[in-house]
Design a protein. Structure first.
Length: 276
């Protein structure tokens, strides 16, 4: 406990000295997310680390304390410029301003950090990136996050378009949960991600009323022992409208859900298969 408390004190000191973009500043302010990643890095970082999509570099900096070498890869020029400044005190971090899919790494990784920020990976640009560099991970290497678990609930909500639940403000949909939570998908990041998902989710209705959407919640396993999220900047719940249907307590409804991971919100398709 004392060692972890000391690391949190160090984390706050590092955050206060960093230069960031407004977006990455918001990431730094999400304390639950950042503290969980810090704990996961303490648990797993060693040897050679790749930080893919490093942004302004906070996770690279944290990993540098526990590893020999960190290759910090960021394609955005502005973020890379800030990262270059932030990395000046650290001699074992090597910044690469390039598409990670095009990088030839000199050593295989003991750990790949590839932060997945979008619910169910639907709008997550890192999916094809991680798929392309898994070949560079040692056989016994690890990935942060190591896994995500996706669940869905039938809801009655006040929107007619796809939207996220903004956990950091009052600008979020009002909704009523109408079913149990159903786990419909799990993704292990040490394996190639099959990007096209097609599934039929069976919901048991808990009350009389109307169903006009589903709520998707993603639970992120940073390691097998550390679960994080949803948080304001890590996989906020996603609401998807469906055909409005009248339901009674005890009904079973089946909804077909399709999307492409990394394909964006426009790839989402839903259809009510049956009610009984």
């Amino acid at each position: 406990m004392c060692a972890f408390k000391k690391s949190l004190d160090d984390l706050n000191s590092i955050k206060n000295k960093m230069r960031t973009t407004p977006y990455h500043f918001n990431l730094l302010c999400d304390e639950e997310r950042l503290n969980a990643f810090n704990e996961a890095i303490i648990e797993t970082a060693k040897g050679t680390v790749y930080d893919i999509g490093a942004g302004c570099g906070i996770l690279s900096i944290l990993a540098s304390y526990y590893s020999n070498t960190v290759y910090s890869v960021e394609i955005d020029p502005l973020s890379s410029k800030f990262a270059e400044y932030n990395f000046k005190p650290f001699k074992n971090i090597f910044l690469i301003n390039k598409d990670a899919k095009e990088v030839i790494f000199p050593n295989k990784a003991d750990l790949i950090i590839c932060e997945m920020l979008d619910t169910a990976l639907i709008d997550e640009e890192q999916v094809p990136v991680l798929n392309s560099i898994l070949k560079c991970l040692k056989k016994d290497g690890k990935v942060i996050p190591c896994k995500v678990i996706n669940g869905a609930e039938a809801v009655n909500f006040d929107r007619n378009s796809i939207c996220y639940e903004d956990l950091s403000s009052n600008q979020k949909p009002s909704y009523e949960l109408m079913s149990n939570l159903v786990i419909y998908n799990q993704i292990n990041f040490k394996k190639m991600i099959e990007t096209n998902l097609e599934t039929v989710i069976k919901f048991k209705i808990l009350k009389d009323g109307w169903v006009n959407g589903i709520k998707i919640t993603t639970f992120t396993l940073l390691t097998e022992n550390i679960i994080c999220g949803p948080t304001p900047m890590l996989n906020p719940p996603l609401f998807i409208p469906i055909e409005k249907i009248k339901v009674n307590m005890g009904d079973i409804i089946k909804i077909r859900l399709e999307y492409e991971m990394g394909g964006g919100l426009n790839s989402i398709r839903t259809r009510v298969e049956s009610t009984s």
